[in-house]
Design a protein around this ligand. Sequence first.
Ligand SMILES: CC(C)(COP(=O)(O)OP(=O)(O)OC[C@H]1O[C@@H](n2cnc3c(N)ncnc32)[C@H](O)[C@@H]1OP(=O)(O)O)[C@@H](O)C(=O)NCCC(=O)NCCS
Length: 164
Amino acid sequence: MSALRFDPGHALDQRSDVTLRPMREADLEEVMAIELRAYPFPWTRGIFRDCLAAGYPAWLLLERGLPIGYGVLSMAVDEAHILNVCVAPERQGRGLGRYLLRALVRGARERRAERVFLEVRPSNPHAIALYHSEGFNEIGRRPRYYPAHGGREDAIVMAIELLD
Ligand SMILES: CC(C)(COP(=O)(O)OP(=O)(O)OC[C@H]1O[C@@H](n2cnc3c(N)ncnc32)[C@H](O)[C@@H]1OP(=O)(O)O)[C@@H](O)C(=O)NCCC(=O)NCCS
């Protein structure tokens, strides 16, 4: 009875206390506070600033007005790349990552992307499970792509085709 399955992404669409708005440079203090807690190898503030300066679509996820996550896309002709998708550690596991991912894919679709790419660490099974469940498929690997404790870690490259 899949129609009865709880769908957190859909349920969140109904929640008025969770909102998305474009990220601004003034948000970077709070974004960095989340980034530093969420990743063992976080982005720097300069990377976020460069993304905003380059005009990359970026959104802040708010719960009751407080920043609790964000997502960053880059666009190139008909392809989009998810550069960052992140939910504050204490807010994870409640459907917010799925909500954010769907918003990023929707943003890519609205900008006429035909496919969306992302990279993920093999050591990040929760993110991989989320991407698979939203229709992303592994299309390749980038050897030694990420810094890692004691060396480098490959990236799994995933993609989804956006069909009409
Ligand atoms: C990856 C991330 C965005 C997921 O956000 P989230 O809010 O925790 O995810 P959700 O609650 O929406 O869960 C979505 C799916 O992720 C997987 N998942 C999330 N937490 C999980 C857990 N504790 N155990 C197993 N699977 C989990 C499940 O497949 C889940 O779907 P389900 O609830 O239907 O089983 C979040 O963990 C995060 O920000 N991590 C740190 C940053 C990061 O690694 N980003 C991805 C970089 S590629």
